[in-house]
Design a protein around this ligand. Structure first.
Ligand SMILES: [Zn+2]
Length: 264
């Protein structure tokens, strides 16, 4: 199997078998519980999966829905969520930052920031436009990964002036900063947009669509990013400077540790 994208060493698409193995043996619902414990949305959280939109790797029976965003909003508990994810063996899993009431109306939304490596200008691979021209809009290299990490550290530093309950997550490609402070959950679109524009003016390459809430789904912490075979890892900001997603065992799924799982 060959990746269509240039990726840092060791990063590649996960096979269906590997995705299954990960969700069976490594995906930990206790960590899921921990994540949502201090979230302001109680038990109304919705999950979502995409089975094979980018990798085109999907179970045959789901080929019609390989690119569809499938919402998981009917479940008994997190074990049940895990069971449903396992049914789809997806390339990606997400949760919905919207908080809904019993009538399914949006009452608030978690504020989050998304930093992706492809938006950075790489001394080797150039701008996003250059990468798009080579049909590698989702490609990134180790250099860009290092740069996006520095961005995440700087952005966290900046956001600390306003927020106190933040979580940093290595997303598999870049980094997410989640804000768990109560107040910003209730912010209007306009208010989030003002913040996003201000940050962009200061030079931060954040994805405005994520911050304003236009894109409400965000990668599920502790799930598998099936395009790079990395675990979506919540990480302490103090550890970020030393964190290397190419080598750090905490974000490398067990199946990659086994030499027999490699194929060329
Ligand atoms: Zn590069």
């Amino acid at each position: 199997m060959r990746s269509r994208y240039n990726l840092p060493k060791g990063m590649r698409y996960s096979t269906l078998k590997e995705r299954k193995e990960f969700y069976q043996k490594e995906f930990n619902t206790e960590k899921l519980r921990e994540w949502f414990q201090n979230w302001n949305g109680n038990s109304t959280v919705k999950f979502a999966v995409i089975i094979g939109r980018h990798t085109r790797i999907f179970p045959r029976k789901y080929r019609e829905d390989a690119s569809t965003t499938i919402i998981i909003d009917e479940y008994n508990d997190f074990e049940d969520v895990k069971k449903q994810i396992l049914e789809f063996v997806p390339e990606s899993a997400y949760y919905d930052r919207n908080v809904y009431n019993e009538k399914q109306r949006i009452v608030s939304q978690e504020l989050a920031f998304d930093l992706d490596p492809e938006n950075l200008i790489c001394p080797i691979h150039g701008t996003l436009a250059d990468k798009m021209k080579r049909h590698q809009g989702l490609a990134f290299c180790e250099l860009e990964l290092g740069m996006v990490k520095e961005e995440a550290i700087k952005l966290h530093e900046e956001l600390k002036k306003q927020f106190s309950q933040m979580r940093v997550v290595y997303s598999g490609r870049g980094f997410h900063i989640h804000v768990f402070d109560k107040e910003p959950f209730t912010w209007s679109y306009r208010k989030k947009q003002t913040l996003a524009k201000g940050l962009k003016k200061k030079g931060f390459l954040i994805d405005e669509w994520v911050t304003t809430g236009g894109m409400r789904l965000i990668r599920l912490p502790n799930s598998l990013h099936g395009m790079v075979s990395r675990i979506v890892l919540p990480i302490n900001v103090d550890e970020l400077a030393r964190f290397d997603p190419v080598k750090d065992q905490r974000c490398i799924p067990r199946f990659l540790a086994k030499p027999t799982s490699f194929s060329s």
